[in-house]
Design a protein. Structure first.
Length: 262
């Protein structure tokens, strides 16, 4: 199969691309710094926020290979900070990258998939999209938005044999920490002490997080399924049980979440 994956310079994207390439698929990865990425799979330069560039890249791949069977939307950035003081430009930027750019990829690839009467789109979202984490509000919202879009698309595309799947990882040891924007992190902020404590806890959890290879294994399993589920959660035991939050009163669930970041 011909598989297009965004954001393959490191982290989940690189692990997924290497795994699928090793099993015989034609993998095309994308990165803003494609020339410096060392890999066995093909890497093409792409700024995912450049819509025209994205459209041209998809057309070029279809022209070369005749089709794109699978699109894996993985590229993303992170933003943290108190919502009261976060820069609106930073919030817009995280939505541009984590939401609108991927929706643009989907819009450009769907005509080709409909023409082939088959296709699979996998969105690498986040367990953060299932709940509101303190000081991660904008990031959580961007991931939650894309999760809902995928659920809508599944209904819209049911007559075209195209599936849309969300893969939501928990705490994994990837480069997302180095890609994080600390929006308006002012030491004089009334939130600064609590914000610093929470971020330190999150950093520690992710630095000792799980192996991204687990996510790559799950993606391989999904593409080999005839009728995949819409939502997959991958991570530790408690992370995968996050959907049980509806069983708890809201305030009690908030207390449970905060205990994870002490």
């Amino acid at each position: 199969m011909v598989i297009l994956i965004t954001g393959t310079s490191s982290g989940f994207g690189k692990s997924i691309a290497e795994k699928l390439h090793s099993t015989g698929h034609i993998v095309i990865g994308t990165s803003r710094n494609a020339d410096s990425v060392k890999s066995d799979f093909k890497t093409m330069k792409l700024d995912i926020n450049n819509y025209e560039m994205s459209k041209n890249l998809i057309s070029k791949i279809v022209e070369t290979h005749g089709k794109i069977d699978i699109l894996i939307n993985n590229a993303g950035i992170n933003i943290t900070g108190p919502l009261e003081s976060a820069k609106m430009s930073d919030i817009k930027n995280v939505f541009d990258t984590n939401f609108f750019s991927h929706l643009n990829m989907i819009q450009n690839i769907l005509p080709h998939m409909r023409s082939n009467k088959s296709g699979l789109i996998i969105n690498v979202t986040s367990i953060a999209g299932y709940l509101g984490l303190p000081f991660w509000g904008a990031y959580c919202a961007s991931k939650a938005s894309f999760k809902i879009i995928a659920e809508s698309l599944n209904i819209e595309l049911k007559n075209f044999n195209i599936n849309v799947v969300n893969v939501a990882p928990g705490d994994y040891n990837t480069e997302i920490l180095s890609n994080r924007v600390d929006s308006n992190n002012n030491p004089n902020s009334p939130y600064y002490k609590e914000y610093s404590r929470v971020i330190k806890s999150v950093n520690t959890k992710m630095e000792h997080g799980r192996d991204p290879e687990e996510v790559a294994e799950l993606v391989l399993k999904i593409i080999n399924q005839k009728n995949p589920k819409i939502n997959y959660l991958v991570g530790g035991f408690l992370e995968k049980k996050i959907t049980l939050k509806n069983l708890f009163p809201d305030k009690l669930f908030q207390k449970i979440i905060m205990k994870l970041y002490k």
